[in-house]
Design a protein around this ligand. Sequence first.
Ligand code: AGP
Length: 605
Amino acid sequence: MCGIVGYIGDNKAKDVVIEGLEKLEYRGYDSAGIAVLKDGNLFVEREVGKLSELKNLIRNKDLMSNIAIGHTRWATHGEPSVANAHPHTSTGYDIAVVHNGIIENFMELREMLSKKGHVFRSATDTETIVHLIADYYIDNLEIAVIKALEELEGAYAIAVVSKHEPDRIIVARKGSPLIIGVGEHENIIASDVTATLKYTDKVVYLNDGEVAVVKADSVKLMNSNGVELPLDIKIVDWDISAAEKLGYKHFMLKEIFEQPEVIINTLRGKIYSEQVEIKEISAEILHGIKRVSVIACGTSFHAGLVGKYIIEEELRIPVSLDVASEFRYRNPIIEEDTLYLVVSQSGETADTLAALREVKAHGAKVIGIVNVVGSTIAREANGVIYTNAGPEIGVASTKAFIAQLVSFYLLMLQIGRIQEKISKGKEREYIKILEKIPNQIENILKNHLYIQSVSKSLTFVKSIMYVGRNINYPIALEGALKLKEISYIHAEGYQAGELKHGPIALIDEFTPSVAVCVKGSTYAKTLSNIQEIKARKGKVIIIATEGDDKIKNEGMDVLYIPEISELFSPLLTVIYMQLIAYYVAEIKGLDVDKPRNLAKSVTVE
Ligand code: AGP
């Protein structure tokens, strides 16, 4: 998820773009760049690191102009570097493009364009766009852009300028947000309203497939065939801080609601003609593995635990799990035919990085499941699956977790195909199930106000028990962790069957439980555990499967997920866990995004 800004109007283009990028830095911050058109020429300045680095670079440069586009990057293809920073330019340095999204067919296009003499200078998918536009360009930029877009597969929000047509910015979107701030003799384009609100409250939200020609005094909106459309100008009444969170009260809530889109982005570029192909992992690494060892911390550890159930159930390959801080001090036995997986949102967690280095020091291979492109763990692993969840600002991990789960399903399918343990039919069936998840999560999220009301009952309790069985036991752990870290209420996650071996002594009318009891292999057993809790006056919030009338009267509240195979149910049950924790902390008036004592990335041991 990157940030795009463009301005055309009077001679303050550079300042408006830089200021706008500052507002969008929450969307990505590993490199930044700006392109201005001045005196018939195109000037491009780019710098790796935060926006402040770019500001230092251009401080003494004369970039005064009435037209500019800029970009703050969240790397998806190509590590953070100046060469990979946007804007990207055509071979002749006459056209510049900034892009937010993922182009899935960029390799094929890159090969075709290189053969036609276009010179590639980066490892990004974005650079393909600018060379494609240049390839079509004769004397009309908007036509060249429209033709180029017809060949792109994937998601994009782009802004394009050319030194041959210095009176316009061409913008287009498909799958990534783009808006036009409509001003007086000036117009601003951006990824979201945070970058335009200072100058105008009038906004046009582009829809997928639309293209616009933005001049200082006009905006021409078209569909993908170039047919002009009426402008639907909205008035935005958010303040800036609300806008950064796109109107959500906290980044965590925004990130919970982003999860349908995140799953689409995590799947994007990893499924080709109904089979999984994670290009970043070579087949030979997966071919001969007989065991898997997962090493991680916190929420990422819980994702790995779900991964254990997934891989063992479907591939019959044993999976061991270690908390990273334990792994490296227990003198681990490192075996060659074991695939080591480290899971990390930040890619900088010191314990996980140390475990990776320990494994590599023994000559074994490590694959990372990582969100931050170019992070230390991503760079030092022998292969990496990027979760493409975009920057996760809330300290409590939500969208990154769900992206990690999806990555485990994809990895299971890829290993299964390579080791011939998963039939083509099953692979197609599972891919279809994954592709339906975003819509199912959308439907669960529609209940969020009901979940807020359910959460009220938990706001002032002293301790909460989370229970689940089988593949939803890790979701019980994750639910307890989410609650602990943002509401400061003690919570424990347990295997439901373990209660009778001690923890049930904690249950009374003041200690509620949250139980995952969805349809599946351990449904009946979990239901009896719920009854054991109730027999001790324990109140229970149950996460169950739609249509399960038997359970309706078993809990003080029942939260339903749609019918789904038990194997995939964690992708849905965890949504309720996230929302319960969020609303308890929000009702308590706590700092949900920055909870006390915690950091987003634990880079110390
Ligand atoms: C998750 O909500 C916590 N913030 C924390 O447990 C986190 O998952 C853990 O520190 C691991 O971080 P990583 O995924 O960046 O390695």
